[in-house]
Design a protein around this ligand. Structure first.
Ligand code: TRP
Length: 333
């Protein structure tokens, strides 16, 4: 890692299929972020067990997500790519930080309330502790920036609060991380219900496009996307949610501005536009899917990258953990 560069941390849970919304919000930008930051990218499997996972499937998804990171251009020689549970310092720092976090503030977290409602039969302590584990992830690496979408903003805020609290009780120990907010495509909506966020658990399966969808499926889902009766390809999220969402998606995948996309499709019909978006997305996903498949056949390569990643991560993480243990007065031998 280079001395003078800022540290960027991000993680993705190896749970369900990722949608193109998840992809745009996270992994898609990682390739280029590596140019500007010392990046640490985690498969956040410890967060994932706050909701029940089927063990064999969970193991498979962990490897598969790591392969996806690499397929999207994450270079293990440049960045640290690892699996969270391979670095014990995460659990250890989480425990220490728990004593700097209030039950009340965890109970008030939006995601905790949502997930508690959704998994009412399993409101476990881990679900409530999720933000503290995420704070540990970030703070262990003296992270400068965390790319955040709307849903993770509150988690970053708590991580900052916990860091400041600890720093104030003792002496400056943690860097207080900043959010890196995206401009375009920060929020991709459901194709069937464009006022809602695109989510893997959408009621109508045609509303979400998954990274694993094949070409025909992608195109079919876009062809069926809900628009409006105004027949003008114009970006106006308030009154034209469906069309605006398609414009956003096209712009992100074509790496064009909203205005450029509007100009490109000026005077065209919705049918042609929807087909163009579908084809573009399918074209962009194809090489990633192929590369991921290729990598998954070379398990040894992925595992060796993850092993190196975990070693490099642990070195940094243990340095921070040692400082914390010293400050809180854990007896040292
Ligand atoms: N909670 C994040 C999500 O579900 C994943 C995550 C875990 C993460 N640790 C992180 C993201 C640290 C950023 C920084 O999307």
């Amino acid at each position: 890692m280079e001395e003078n560069r800022k540290v960027l941390y991000s993680g993705v849970q190896p749970t369900n299929n990722l949608t193109i919304g998840n992809y745009i919000g996270t992994i898609k930008s990682w390739r280029s972020l590596q140019e500007d930051y010392d990046c640490i990218f985690a498969v956040s499997n410890m967060h994932a067990i706050t909701v029940r996972q089927e063990p064999a499937e969970f193991r498979r998804k962990t490897l598969s997500l790591a392969a996806l990171f690499l397929a999207c251009g994450v270079e293990p020689e440049k960045s640290i790519v690892y699996v969270q549970s391979h670095v014990p310092a995460h659990a250890e720092l989480c425990w220490a930080l728990n004593t700097f976090t209030y039950v009340g503030e965890m109970e008030r977290m939006t995601q905790f309330k949502d997930k508690s409602a959704k998994h009412a039969d399993n409101i476990n302590m881990g679900l409530m502790d999720y933000p503290v584990l995420m704070a540990a992830d970030i703070l262990l690496y003296q992270t400068d920036v965390v790319p955040v979408g709307a849903d993770q903003r509150q988690h970053l805020e708590i991580a900052r609060d916990i860091a400041q609290r600890f720093n104030n009780v003792f002496t400056p120990t943690f860097k207080v991380p900043e959010g890196l907010f995206r401009k375009v495509g920060a929020k991709i909506s459901d194709l069937q219900e464009p006022t809602k966020k695109m989510s893997k658990s959408a009621e109508n399966p045609n509303g979400a496009v998954f990274l694993t969808d094949d070409r025909d499926t992608v195109i079919r889902k876009f062809k069926r996307a809900v628009t409006d009766s105004d027949a003008e390809i114009r970006y106006e999220p308030e009154s034209k949610a469906g069309v605006s969402n398609l414009i956003s998606i096209y712009s992100v995948f074509a790496e064009k501005s909203i205005e450029e996309t509007e100009r490109e499709f000026c005077g065209k019909g919705y049918g042609d536009f929807k087909l163009a978006v579908g084809e573009l997305v399918a074209d962009k996903l194809a090489p990633i899917q192929a590369e991921r498949e290729r990598l998954l056949k070379d398990k040894e390569y992925i595992e060796s990258a993850l092993k190196t990643g975990a070693e490099r991560a642990a070195k940094i993480a243990n340095r921070t953990l040692a400082k914390v243990y010293k400050k809180i007065g854990f007896y040292q031998l």
